[in-house]
Design a protein. Sequence first.
Length: 585
Amino acid sequence: MCVGFLETRKGCCGTGLFESAMLCNALSIGTCSNASNYRVPAVFLFGDSTMDVGNNNNLPTLVKSNFLPYGRDFNHTPTGRFSNGKLAIDFLVKDQLLFETYQVAYLSNEAKIGSNILSGANFASAGSGYSDTTANLYFAVSLSKQLEYFEEYQARIVGMVGEANASSILSNSIYVISSGTSDFVQNYYISPVLQLTYPNIQQFFNVLLTSYARFVQNLYSTGSSCTTGLFARGNHLIWDFLRQEKVAVEVDCWRLHCCAMNYRLGHLVPAVFIFGDSIVDVGNNNNLPTLVKANFPPYGRDFANHRSTGRFSNGKLAIDYLVDTLQLGSYPQAYLSTHGVSNELLIGANFASAASGYDDSTANLYLEYYGEYQSRVVGMIGQANASSIFSNALYIISAGTSDLIQNYYISPILQATYPNIHQYFNTLLRNYEQFIENLHSMGARRIGVASLAPLGCLPGAITIFGFGNNNQCVDRLNYDAMYFNTRLNSTSQILRNRLSNLNLLVLDIYQPLYNLIVNNPIQNGFYETRKGCCGLGTIETALLCNSLAIGTCSNASHHIFWDAFHPSDAANNLLSSYMTIAAYG
């Protein structure tokens, strides 16, 4: 039985064997003195829009329902429920569990002042899923964040009723989870990145189930004893009086099954290999005789331990957030920082170098380093195991920006050699094509290549190429980027047709970043789009972005750009989720 319920066979009223309605009255013999042994003290709700009763009302998200005609049959009040009236959980709470009020949305003002929270709380957020990436995509509250709010809730009620009473409530309550739909309909089915990462949807199932198991285990460790997934089982959660014993027994058996799981799956993407420029460089340039570095403050000020790792951002790069999603345990290291034999090599390596591009010898050097890496891994785990890693790994390429911003646009020699920039694109794309062919011959099968960003909207590009129009994107540069991206897509299609078993996708960076800058910055929490956070934000990057730079902002999360050419941690977080969604818009 669930902890706290001392009677599961009989009801409290009368003998508890058959009494109901008129048979349960003031004259009934045997009515128990303590109905709390039969009553659930509180209900806690987690999940998505099937459970959200208004948490999203308080978030900067478009996934809301606090307006008509939602709620037209719920006292004509749109509360944030995604229905014309009650949710299934509402019927459960009032009609079956007999609570006088519904559990309040934890982010509501009502919950903040402590109203009715002893009967539980609702932490659900529309747009969330078992994968935190799904929630991030729609600015919803992820399941992991919902758990943080639950821990905050626990501390609050301990302060209200004391440790002993709070523990009794928490251990005897019912916890309901409804999630997973958004992971598919609003994420996997429209995301080439996820489909590239998990070409078999059952692999994605495994990732979600791992997250689910972790959530339930963490929830159980906080004191919850009776936990159920409302839609997970093909059975009714609550039975009528004649089946009352089924409640505690069935829920408890499910609890023993799910909470005892130690569900740990091997990583479906065993490793990630990264090639490109400063958008994905995590420190290789630290080891090179170049001025294009970022291994000094204020770079990295919002990264773990405030470390300047060589990343061109105040915190994480978009690739870091992608790796977080893949749950590799740590980030692939900058290859030039690795020495000897290390197990960390088995999750991949980062070969990217700031200021590199398609138009130089870097690509050949990348392949040389990657071949060296392969030899090291073969020596560690043998040819068969190593080959499995190479063929199942995810390969990410991000290049091309430096070829234009730091080369063609400022080089009279290149402009004389290629008077039409489309001719120069032909050279870049031939190099790209050769690089993919060589990478494929070395075992790569799943490759994602980032498109060019809207180059004309980079703060540094506006300053250098805007010619006095200092607040508008430079259209010419954006047109060039869009044309290159079109050619990149067509070249990639040719490669897919020619190379066996190649899963090659172009990851759209252009449209998501353009939308953030031009169309909806404020809706996404950004209040500065023209300038970077570092220094004056108009030209500073690399050495010019330093601890002495005047004007560096205090809160980089409000800036799309960290320096004059690179996104902030907050923007990178969004781009990691959004980079391909726009292709389906």
